[in-house]
Write a protein that binds this ligand. Structure first.
Ligand code: HEM
Ligand code: HEM
Length: 181
């Protein structure tokens, strides 16, 4: 079942969710690990390179993911959580989508704004942002700030999913990982 049903996420939504999650975790891990290596070392540059590749993969996946999201039903949770919990979950999901779109774009913006080439799998991206070192500094600061917001957002999101599964004992997580229903 490729599409979502009213009871569980379909194969494509699951694949997009976990691929995006993997790429984001890789991007965050690489940029944190980078800090352990001395400036100018091959390992530090390698971590930065891997960060950019993982981040650009998120950019590649996010538009198909959003299109698929709006053209599929969201499976209902059973037993249904309260109105406030649903509102909080929705707000968090849309914040995560916004960050998944904004972060890679800001990454491209500040690199191209500094006159640096951005490439995915060796293919150079077209120029989307003009060289402008002053603006690039602001985009870099915003990229770093929002990157850390996403890190904490993801931790909260994963903790909420595990809490639903282990404490509330509803099917929030099973809709994404269990059998297709
Ligand atoms: C979802 C995707 C992304 C996330 C979550 C993310 C997150 C982050 C975070 C948390 C940092 C470090 C902040 C700090 O040091 O406190 C960072 C730095 C950086 N990001 Fe990203 N990023 C993403 C995508 C990208 C993309 C697509 C590019 C380039 C096109 C990029 C380029 C960079 C660079 C070059 C740095 C290092 C800046 C430096 O210290 O020199 N990022 N990113
Ligand atoms: C970087 C990591 C992650 C990101 C960016 C992310 C993002 C998202 C987004 C945007 C949704 C909303 C789907 C929709 O619109 O219907 C979602 C749903 C969900 N995610 Fe994640 N996720 C991540 C990691 C995880 C992890 C590690 C878990 C499990 C521990 C998890 C469990 C879930 C569950 C159970 C749902 C369904 C929630 C619901 O429909 O109310 N996610 N995720």
């Amino acid at each position: 079942m490729l599409r979502n049903s009213h009871h569980s996420y379909g194969r494509l939504a699951r694949a997009l969710h976990w691929l995006c999650a993997l790429a984001i975790i890789a991007a965050l891990a690489c940029i944190e690990i980078k800090g352990f290596f001395p400036k100018g070392s091959a390992l530090r540059d390698g971590m930065k390179f891997a960060h950019v590749q993982a981040g650009l993969i998120v950019l590649l996946l996010i538009l198909p993911r959003l299109l698929w999201r709006v053209s599929n039903p969201v499976p209902a949770i059973s037993p249904a959580p309260g109105k406030l919990a649903m509102l909080a979950a929705h707000a968090m999901h849309w914040a995560l989508y916004a960050l998944m779109l904004a972060l890679p774009l800001l990454g491209v913006a500040f690199m191209q704004g500094n006159g640096r080439e951005v490439a995915l799998f060796g293919m150079t991206l077209p120029t989307l942002f003009a060289v402008d070192p002053a603006a690039a500094r602001n985009w870099k600061d915003l990229h770093e700030l929002l990157g850390n917001v996403l890190l904490w957002g993801v931790i909260l999101h994963a903790a909420a999913a595990l809490w639903h599964h282990a404490i509330v004992k509803d099917d929030t997580l099973a809709r994404l990982t269990g059998p297709l229903r």
